[in-house]
Structure formats: structure tokens, C-alpha cells
Design a protein around this ligand. Structure first.
Ligand code: BG6
Length: 483
């Protein structure tokens, strides 16, 4: 496969979950499907003592936990690409080992899958040994910083050593097939464009729900919370794709300029709107799929008095000609009733009703399911057969898994391949990230200032009752409440 670009990939944080459960399985997939160069090298960097063989075994155990389809034989072949290096991110001298081993004539990729507090020392230490050369690219995991100022601080620091075109800020939602399909549905067809605006749409809901809890990530999660972990990045990126103007090409800056404009047109939140329009929740013990599950504060590494949110729902408005006045309801949470991501576009009601009214009927609704299924359902009303004029909701149901049976690349696989190929379209530019932090900052500040306790919700439900009340105030309801 020598027509594929050769590269040296350095994975910082190689013993962590992200590398072992997501990145290596993604690279393994690419390897088994011949989409990466077989001469490429992967340097797993950690502080622990591991031989290459022991690291590969350790990583295989973790990888199989996450992806059962991994086969040992293929993994062993894939491991020929992997080397393990013991390097402490805070020890400058350790970086000369890297400098000696990397081939600087080919693409060098540094993937920082570590706590953001290590981003600065890693960059500094790479630069000390001149590894920030023109063939180098740096990949930054979210959350980048803890708020606007810490994110600016990290970005400023990194900008001393790497040009913006060398920086790949990852949001793995942008790598999902279903999320790119959202762009394709909007900008590859004329069907929806005329209707995709305030004149025809009454509200939009974007949900990322998880039935999983925080698991073993308690230490990280308790410092982060749902707002920083999911809303500031994944949900706002989905919002951008739903709301952006058609870009004139798929060139990175063309797409990113349009996304940026959406973030910049979000109506700023005030203390009052945060109090009224943002719901902060935390799960307590409950039952999911028949199994009892612990409450958040009973999880490993979570203080009993933790106020960290595991759920957030809010109402946002975009102040531009296309969207002014249309509420965008965003929500995400852990230990919810279901594991799904979906976008619900509610078109406006008909101007006058000539058929008998039935309060349970909902129609004029487009539901784009991003995961676990990838479907588009268009709900409308049709006449029930019989001698009355009763209407019933029916839907057109498009299932992309049935339509396309070819292999789907998973989010991280697609994004890693794009880093290797130098394609920035699916990565977040600095100004987008700043705009997103800027918009969520009043929420963080208000919660801090008022010492805002999260509303408890029972695991296995759809979150705090206040989230339903938020929509009820607008005479609306979350999609599942109508089902
Ligand atoms: C990550 C968050 O970015 O996204 C996790 O840190 C979350 O807390 C995960 O579970 C959800 O991603 P996905 O692809 O499983 O929906």
C-alpha cells in the first residue's frame, strides 16, 4: 500500500482509555482494511514500564473490551507498527529519545490524549528538540481548557510552536458517518433547503442521551461535568451543522467559517436566562434495563457532596435571519433511559384545521437519528381507512444501514485518516472553539456564583422534571414525551 502516505504517529497518554479503547482499535481497523501505510510507525508514550510486547498485550485486552470483533492474529500483525516509549511529559530530557527515533522527512503526528494540563509541557518539550518542524501536526483532544481563559491560554501557548494549519482539534462527533450525512442531507439535496428556516420550522431539539454512567472516569468527569464534556463541544458542533448556511465548498475554512457564524450568532446568555433556560441535573440511584445502578455520588472517585452535573438541557436562540425566534433545545445526560443521539425538526402547524383534532397526533416532524440507528423519519398525518375523517401519524422511514451495506468508518478512524491526509475540514478551528467557550461561560459563571445545586433525577429516566417544564412553558415537549 505504498501509495498511502507514510507517517510516524506519537500517542501521548498511551495507557489511558482513549488510546486503548478508541484510537488503537480505530487504527487497527484502518490497518486491516488497508487504508494506512504498512510502513507507518506508532509510538505509544506512557510513564509506565512496558516492553513493546507487554504493551501490545495490555492494549489488546482493553481494545477487545471495547470492540469484540478484534482478532488476535490481526492484532499481532498490527502490533508490528507499534513501539512503546517510556517518556514523562514533564521531563524535557525524555524527548530526545523521540527526536532520535522519528523520521522528520515524513509526516509526524503528535496526538495529545492526556489531561489538558500536560498540553503545554508536551508542546514545549517537543519544540525544545525541534520536533515542531514543518512536517509535524498536533492533535488535541477535548476538553481544551476548563473555560475561555484556560482554553485561550493553551491555544496561545501552542500557537508559539505550531501554525493553526498544523493543529487538529478533535471532536469525534464530526467524524461520525451520521454527522457527515447530516451535511449531505442538507447540502446534497434541494428538498429541505426551502423549508429549513424560521418561516417553516417552529423548534429544533438536539439530544445526546447516554444510559451509561461515569464508569471508571469519575476523577476526570467530576472536574468536568456534562456542560464541558458534551455541550460545549459535541452538542454545539451538531447545532452548527443543523443551523449553518450552505458553505460554497467543503474546503476546511469555508465550512468552518459558516460554523463560526452560527456560534457567533447565538444569543448571549445572561444570569437571568441561565436561571430560567438552563437545567442542571445529576443522577441518583435507579434502574436501567432491569438492573439497579448507583447514583452519581456513589460512583468510584466521586465526592459524596459533588455538585457536578451529569445532565444539562437548555434553550438557545440564534439571532440571524434564518433562525430568529426558533428555539433550539439541546440536552445531554448520563444514566438516561436510552442511549441515542437525535435531531428533531418540528415544522410549523398547519394554518387552519379542517380535520378532527386529536391532541396525540404529531406530524410535520423530521427526526434524524444519528446513533445507534442511522435513520431519517418524516412524520406526517394520513387519513385512517374507514368512514370517518380521523387522521393518524405515519412516517417515511429511511434506514441508512439498510441502504448502504458497505463498511462504515467509525468517528476516530475517519478523523485519524484525515489527520494523516492533512484534511482539516472535520476539525475545530481555534475561533470556533473560543466562540463556543464564550457562549457557555455565563452558564459556568452563574452556576459558580449562585452555588447552583443540580436537580436530582432518577437513573433510567429522561432527566429532571424541570427539563420537561422548560419546553412546556413554550407549549412544547421533548420528542419521547409524545411517543
Ligand atoms: C466523549 C465524552 O467525548 O463522548 C464521554 O467525554 C461520552 O463522556 C462520549 O460518553 C460519548 O460519545 P459517543 O460516541 O459514545 O456518543
Amino acid at each position: 500500500m505504498n501509495d498511502l502516505q507514510n507517517f510516524d504517529l506519537v500517542l501521548f497518554g498511551a495507557t489511558g482509555d482513549l488510546v486503548t479503547r478508541k484510537l488503537l482499535p480505530a487504527l487497527y481497523n484502518a490497518f486491516t482494511h488497508n487504508t494506512i501505510n504498512k510502513d507507518a510507525r506508532i509510538f505509544a508514550i506512557g510513564r509506565r514500564d512496558f516492553s513493546k510486547e507487554d504493551y501490545c498485550k495490555f492494549a489488546l485486552t482493553k481494545a477487545i473490551e471495547a470492540k469484540e470483533s478484534i482478532q488476535k492474529d490481526n492484532w499481532d500483525k498490527f502490533c508490528n507498527l507499534i513501539n512503546y516509549l517510556k517518556i514523562d511529559a514533564n521531563t524535557p530530557d525524555d524527548f530526545s529519545k523521540l527526536q532520535e527515533i522519528l523520521n522528520q522527512d515524513i509526516t509526524n503526528i503528535y496526538y495529545l490524549s492526556t489531561y489538558p494540563s500536560l498540553f503545554k509541557p508536551i508542546c514545549q518539550n517537543l519544540a525544545n528538540v525541534k520536533l515542531n518542524h514543518r512536517n509535524s501536526r498536533i492533535v488535541l483532544e477535548k476538553p481544551l481548557g476548563h473555560n475561555l481563559s484556560t482554553s485561550n491560554d493553551i491555544n496561545d501557548f501552542i500557537a508559539k510552536f505550531f501554525q493553526e494549519e498544523q493543529i487538529y482539534r478533535i471532536d469525534h462527533y464530526l467524524g461520525k458517518e451520521s454527522v457527515q450525512n447530516l451535511m449531505a442531507i442538507r447540502f446534497g439535496n434541494t428538498l429541505f433547503e426551502a423549508l429549513w428556516r424560521r418561516q417553516w420550522i417552529s423548534s429544533i431539539q438536539i439530544t445526546i442521551a447516554e444510559s451509561l454512567g461515569v464508569g471508571s472516569r469519575g476523577d476526570f468527569y467530576d472536574k468536568t461535568g456534562a456542560l464541558r464534556d458534551m455541550l460545549q463541544n459535541h452538542l454545539l458542533q451538531l447545532l452548527c451543522i443543523v443551523a449553518m448556511e450552505p458553505p460554497f465548498s467543503l474546503e476546511p475554512d469555508t465550512v468552518r467559517n459558516e460554523k463560526l457564524k452560527v456560534l457567533q450568532s447565538l444569543k448571549p446568555l445572561t444570569e437571568e436566562t441561565v436561571i430560567n433556560n438552563v437545567i442542571r441535573g445529576q443522577y441518583k440511584a435507579g434502574t436501567i434495563e432491569g438492573k439497579e445502578v448507583k447514583g452519581y455520588t456513589e460512583e468510584e472517585n466521586i465526592p459524596l457532596n459533588s455538585k457536578t452535573e451529569t445532565y444539562v438541557a437548555l434553550k438557545a436562540e440564534i439571532q440571524n435571519w434564518r433562525w430568529a425566534g426558533v428555539p433550539f433545545y439541546l440536552r445531554t445526560g448520563k444514566r438516561l433511559q436510552d442511549q441515542l443521539a437525535e435531531i428533531v425538526i418540528q415544522f410549523k402547524d398547519i394554518p387552519c384545521k379542517i380535520f378532527p383534532f386529536n391532541a396525540n397526533n404529531f406530524a410535520n416532524r423530521l427526526i434524524i437519528k444519528l446513533q445507534p440507528d442511522e435513520t431519517v423519519q418524516l412524520y406526517f398525518l394520513a387519513k385512517q381507512p374507514g368512514d370517518t375523517n380521523d387522521l393518524k401519524p405515519v412516517y417515511l422511514d429511511l434506514d441508512f444501514h439498510k441502504m448502504f451495506t458497505t463498511r462504515r468508518t467509525e468517528g476516530y478512524e475517519r478523523l485519524l485518516l484525515d489527520v494523516i491526509r492533512g484534511k482539516l475540514t472535520l476539525f475545530v478551528r481555534r475561533d470556533e472553539q473560543e466562540a463556543a467557550w464564550k457562549w457557555v461561560e455565563p452558564i459556568l459563571n452563574t452556576w459558580d456564583k449562585l452555588n447552583f445545586a443540580p436537580k436530582l433525577y432518577t437513573a433510567g429516566t429522561w432527566g429532571p422534571a424541570a427539563a420537561s417544564a422548560l419546553l412546556a412553558r413554550d407549549n412544547d415537549s421533548w420528542h419521547e414525551e409524545l411517543m
